[in-house]
Design a protein around this ligand. Structure first.
Ligand SMILES: Nc1ncnc2c1ncn2[C@@H]1O[C@H](COP(=O)(O)OP(=O)(O)O)[C@@H](O)[C@H]1O
Ligand SMILES: [Mg+2]
Length: 450
């Protein structure tokens, strides 16, 4: 129900308004001066305040200013005697929403209140929409605007505030870890730790000791008690990277943590209870790993509740210019270089390369280029080998169509270039050019090529 506060030192008038609005179904509060009004606003949220402008103790304008300071978005409607419309204008200047002349007409009052509430609702929806829209792109430092990345941002927005277990899959270098960070940062657990562990980096026994901890003497070399990562992540989030590489026996222990939120440290019998959110990542196809028996099916289902698939960079090449700009800024600042951007050729190559190392590779290419460039524009000749090759082959395969050449010259150039590309294979060359082998022979003879 909407709450309205009526502020007026004239008790009869106050009561009259109270009666009108109560009939319209609002929850009405009364105050008989500005001080009392402020006191009320300090204690609860009102949807509208109706306030007399001339009151004995604190006048309406001062009260209005004080209320706006406390709660800038409350619409305040001023009530004023017809003779003091000038003061009403002052009130509007001080932030009043509108004014009514006294004695207040009941229809006019009802309509104005409805209008204000309606507008207020629209405004709220607008703010909410903006927040949501803003949020979609508000994963700090995760660059991307392509259609291919939108479903991912949407899913991140929806799942971040929850406790749901999340599986992130995607090729190496696509940003899985960055996404895990962002999810934690946008969750209610953000002030608690985010603990990471790469499951592929450790042999089985060490992996379990890292995950669950151990007591002194649990195995040779366990010289002290050590808390596990799950223990350290209590109330926070654990990020299990390369989960497909986890041995089957460890997988069953992880399953138990997900289901029961408990485990025992190595060499211990005491069960440790934790409250941990799990985010797992993999660059392999987990489903396939299930089919070949390398991954537990039940764990797969537990992890797969929310599955964020990160597209490879080649499927979102529209994002390359944006990412390039972002990395350029980062590395020119870091290396104190002044570089404006890339030459069109340079950009063209970035767009055409297939980026097997994804965003990590792009980032490395830009950093290297920033360091290696002599001018203020990055030229393709500072690119590493695989990209440079793309540049060279694109040059070799192209001939310039400069005005000023005769058709005959162009024909010759075209024939010789094609012959070079086919390593001198005449049948193949004739095929490509769409002429007979005999015609090709004649032309070559004419050029003096035997
Ligand atoms: N969308 C992105 N915007 C900016 N930087 C990114 C983005 N995705 C990945 N990166 C950067 O690329 C590198 C690799 O990302 P990372 O999260 O480690 O990938 P993965 O875990 O999938 O191998 C990191 O330095 C990361 O900051
Ligand atoms: Mg990674």
């Amino acid at each position: 129900m909407h709450k309205i506060l009526i502020v007026d030192d004239d008790q009869t008038h106050r009561q009259m308004i109270d009666t009108i609005l109560r009939k319209d179904g609002y929850d009405i509060y009364q105050a008989d001066d500005g001080d009392q009004a402020i006191d009320n606003v300090q204690k609860q949220f009102f949807d509208i305040i109706l306030m007399d402008i001339r009151m004995k103790r604190m006048d309406g304008i001062s009260a209005l200013k004080a209320i706006k300071k406390l709660s800038p978005s409350i619409p305040v409607i001023i009530m004023t005697a017809f003779s003091s419309v000038n003061t009403a204008v002052d009130a509007l200047k001080s932030g009043a929403y509108d004014y009514l002349t006294k004695p207040v007409d009941s229809d006019e009052l009802s309509i104005l209140i409805k209008k204000v509430l309606h507008l207020n609702q629209l405004e709220k929806e607008n703010v909410y929409l903006k927040e949501r829209l803003g949020k979609t792109f508000h994963f700090k430092n995760i660059i991307g605007n392509s259609a291919a990345i939108q479903p991912l941002f949407e899913a991140m927005t929806l799942s971040s505030p929850t406790d749901a277990t999340i599986l992130i899959s995607g090729e190496s270098g696509t940003g899985k870890e960055l996404i895990a960070n962002a999810i934690h940062e946008n969750s209610p657990r953000k002030d608690m730790p985010l603990i990471k562990l790469n499951c592929a980096a450790l042999p089985e026994s060490l992996l379990e000791s890292e995950l669950f901890g151990h007591l002194k003497g649990a195995f040779t070399g366990a010289a002290t008690n050590k808390k596990g990562r799950f223990h350290l992540a209590h109330k926070g989030t654990i990020f299990l990277d390369e989960i497909a590489d986890m041995p089957l026996s460890t997988q069953s222990k992880i399953l138990r943590v997900i289901q029961e939120q408990e485990f025992e440290p190595l060499g211990g019998t005491q069960t440790i209870k934790v409250d941990v959110r799990i985010i797992a990542a993999t660059n392999r196809n987990l489903k396939e790993a299930v089919q070949t028996g390398r991954f537990r099916e039940d764990l797969y289902f537990r992890l797969n509740v929310i599955h964020l698939k990160v597209p490879p960079l080649k499927e979102r090449s529209e994002d390359i210019p944006l990412l390039t700009e972002f990395f350029l800024k980062k590395f020119t600042q870091k290396n104190k270089r002044f570089i404006k951007g890339l030459t069109p050729k340079g950009m063209d190559i970035l767009m055409r390369y297939d980026w097997p190392g994804n965003i990590r590779e792009l980032q490395n290419v830009i950093e290297r280029s920033v360091i290696m460039s002599r001018g203020d524009l990055i030229e393709p000749d500072v690119f590493p080998e695989p990209l440079k090759k793309l540049y060279q082959s694109s040059n070799e395969n192209r001939m310039a169509l400069n005005v000023g050449k005769s058709l005959k010259d162009m024909e010759k150039e075209m024939i010789l270039l094609t012959l070079k590309k086919t390593n001198g294979n005449r049948t193949h060359t004739a095929d490509i050019l769409g002429i007979s082998r005999r015609t090709l022979q004649l032309k070559l003879k004419e050029y003096g090529v035997h």
